[in-house]
Ligand binder design. Structure first.
Ligand SMILES: [Fe+2]
Length: 425
């Protein structure tokens, strides 16, 4: 066994994926007890030629803590034991918290080597008092900046970040993703190099190895990794801003894109018919909505306006927020500073990258560049009102929070949106 992580959890299922030491078949052992007593077994499955085994646990109870391990060659490998909590029932009022962050591993420092990180922040998130259900990684899992079509390089990057270059089962990042399900999209440094786009030679290898290695929600496209899922009455939509991206040097206009036409059509279909009683939208992406540099939406302004129109037409603008990263700082805008949709914008970065992006552009005050930084989003849903609190954290310390309260009338679908954001900065 050389790594193991969990992701794509639902009220009744979870995907567990890991790399084993031989081609012998693998079973997933799942128990409500940390000593794995009275387990349920899933599988067996045969590992791939890369010795990666993926097993789905099904038929689980909602809102329940589970523990798991792989059984390989008749041995349950408890050195690599993990845990997860299933989601509350989909479409029902369900309060919950998710963690979100981006950017780990730029420039060698105290906790980074070979462009992957082993920062103590991963332990802080894993043991967080708010017990996040999910770790949403908004890009730059590593900074290998692979610019060639070499799957082996991407595989090595995942191996190294999960085990921190040989530290194995105690590596902090691997430990986090083994005890908190991951939902992960990429940014440039873990896709095809700095400011990379659809033309990156690394694109096929990035796509292939993401599918081999990363536990993920269902993918709607063979050449992109955008995903959507629900928790309670919240719809989470995670964009892929790299697979179809135009070069930032292209002239802005209707054909210049960050998401691509297939992704936008998919997005509109999900926003129109989420498939459950979704009352609140969390839009996740790596790129900066309000930033001004060449890798941000300001260089794709025509498409940004088009997306605001789509979010308005489908009724989401008054009951949504956005989680993003890219620049290595914390930032919160309650919506008044967001001229493109007026929804709250949270930038939760960086886990462990060179601090950057100090600006006064956000209405809650100056941004905070740094490492050891991440965010939480708490959704309080009592069945009537729905309150959403985004908090930036610097290690164990809360940095700044904002709460939006969506009243009953705002939540009623197709009603005229009164946009009753209660600002509590
Ligand atoms: Fe980054």
């Amino acid at each position: 066994m050389s790594n193991l992580w969990v992701g794509a959890t639902t009220p009744t299922t979870a995907w567990v994926r890991g790399k084993v030491s031989s081609s012998a078949s693998v079973r997933l052992v799942v128990s409500e007890s940390s000593n794995l007593s009275s387990p349920a077994y899933f599988g067996p499955v045969a590992p791939t030629s890369e010795l990666v085994a993926s097993v789905e646990a099904t038929g689980l109870d909602p809102d329940t803590q589970y523990h798991f391990a792989f059984e390989h060659n008749s041995v349950v490998d408890t050195d690599w034991q993990g845990s997860f909590r299933t989601h509350p029932l989909l479409g029902e009022p369900g309060s919950h918290t998710v963690a979100m962050a981006t950017c780990a591993g730029s420039v060698a420092g105290g906790f980074t080597a070979s462009a992957v990180s082993n920062h103590p922040v991963f332990d802080v998130i894993r043991t967080h008092p708010l017990s996040p259900l999910l770790m949403i990684h908004g890009g730059d899992l590593h900074y290998r900046n692979i610019t060639t079509n070499t799957p082996a390089s991407f595989r090595a990057a995942y191996d190294d970040l999960l085990t921190f270059n040989g530290q194995g089962a105690s590596a902090r990042q691997g430990l986090l993703y083994r005890h908190m399900p991951i939902a992960s999209t990429w940014d440039d440094q873990d896709f095809g190099g700095n400011d990379s786009h659809a033309g990156s030679p690394a694109r096929p290898a990035a796509q292939q190895v993401y599918r081999e290695r990363v536990p993920h929600f269902p993918l709607a496209h063979a050449d992109a990794i955008y995903q959507a899922w629900g928790i309670g009455r919240t719809l989470y939509l995670m964009s892929d801003t790299r697979s179809f991206r135009s070069d930032y040097t292209d002239t802005d206009g209707p054909s210049k894109t960050m998401l691509g036409s297939d992704q936008k059509a998919w997005m509109e279909s999900v926003l129109t018919a989420p498939g459950f009683d979704a009352q609140h939208l969390v839009w996740i992406m790596s790129s900066q909505w309000m930033g001004t540099s060449n890798d941000t939406w300001s260089y794709y302004a025509t498409e940004r306006d088009e997306l605001v129109q789509m979010l308005g037409d489908t009724g989401w603008l008054p009951r949504m927020c956005q989680l993003s990263g890219d620049v290595h700082s914390l930032a919160i805008d309650s919506g008044t500073g967001n001229s493109w949709g007026n929804f709250p914008v949270y930038m939760f970065s960086s886990l462990d990258s060179t601090p950057s992006g100090t600006t006064n552009q956000y209405d809650s005050g100056p941004t905070k560049g740094g490492r050891g930084q991440y965010g939480t989003l708490q959704v309080h849903d009592n069945g009537r009102d729905l309150a959403v609190t985004g908090t930036g954290w610097i290690m164990q310390q809360p940095w700044r929070s904002h709460t939006s309260t969506l009243s009953r009338s705002t939540l009623a679908r197709h009603d005229p949106p009164p946009a009753s954001h209660v600002i509590a900065l």
